[in-house]
Design a protein around this ligand. Structure first.
Ligand SMILES: [Zn+2]
Length: 269
């Protein structure tokens, strides 16, 4: 199968999925009209992938406290398959954070996820440096929520200037920014990170901005540094693909975004 790779999805253990989706929806809805398109179970994600021609999905977990590493890691190992690439989550306050990076690598997983709002840190905070150093050493991928978050107040936690500060200090860090560089901070994206060798995943962005801005950012970015992501279940995978295609970026660039760039990035771990 030569399918699409979705670099940004969420799912939960079956027993917790319904409740997790409901709680997160309630949080998000305080500020934004967010919907859930799936029930949060891995089986439902797989059915959605079948419908959409998606071969592989990266599932991004978020540990909101250090003790959640163990259950998330155990579940991640359990669901890891040819079609599901789980990225567990390490909390920055975890005293064992750096060694957990190596543990994740040793078990054959390819990356982790950070979320500066749910995990209460700023991207360029020095307490993250030992973790970044270890990620760089192990060459593990780190997907980070960047830009504002629809469920939180607009305090800057992971904006383009912070992204640059981290990458200047850790140039070999395989950092994947989300939401086309930074959610609802696309002027700053254009100013500071567009055109640089920084991975950008495109989820939850194309329908939050005008088409010309989206095209401008993608077409001016290195073509091997843009990745497809849907943020399912908060968006529909099939609709996310249609939205990307509607930008008319050209078949070659589209294929790289939908599959080849992610394939290369994952294969390098
Ligand atoms: Zn997400």
């Amino acid at each position: 199968m030569n399918g699409i790779i979705d670099f940004h999805t969420h799912a939960f253990p079956d027993a917790l999925a319904e409740r997790a989706v409901q709680v997160l929806l309630e949080e998000g809805r305080k500020m934004y009209d967010v919907k859930a398109y799936l029930d949060g179970k891995v089986g439902s994600l797989l059915s959605s992938m079948d419908r959409s021609g998606i071969e592989k999905s990266v599932i991004c977990s978020i540990a909101t406290k250090p003790s959640q590493f163990d259950p998330i890691f155990a579940w991640s190992k359990q669901i890891h398959s040819a079609r599901i690439e789980p990225f567990p989550s390490i909390h920055p306050d975890d005293p064992k954070a750096a060694e957990r990076v190596s543990l994740v690598k040793d078990k054959g997983l390819k990356g982790i996820k950070f979320h500066p709002y749910y995990q209460n840190f700023a991207l360029d905070d020095e307490r993250l440096f030992p973790i970044y150093r270890q990620l760089e050493r192990e060459q593990l991928i780190v997907v980070v929520h960047t830009g504002f978050d629809l469920a939180f107040e607009r305090v800057r936690r992971a904006d383009p200037l912070m992204i640059i500060r981290v990458l200047d200090r850790f140039p070999d860090l395989k950092l994947v920014t989300t939401h086309l560089g930074s959610w609802e901070d696309w002027e700053e994206v254009e100013k500071h990170i567009m055109g640089r060798n920084i991975y950008m995943e495109i989820s939850f962005s194309l329908d939050c901005m005008d088409r010309e801005t989206a095209r401008k950012i993608i077409l001016n970015h290195p073509q091997d540094h843009v990745l497809f992501g849907s943020d399912s279940p908060w968006a529909d995978q099939e609709q996310a693909i249609t939205l990307l295609e509607s930008l008319d970026l050209g078949k070659d660039r589209e294929r790289r975004i939908l599959r080849e760039n992610a394939l290369k990035l994952l294969a390098a771990v």
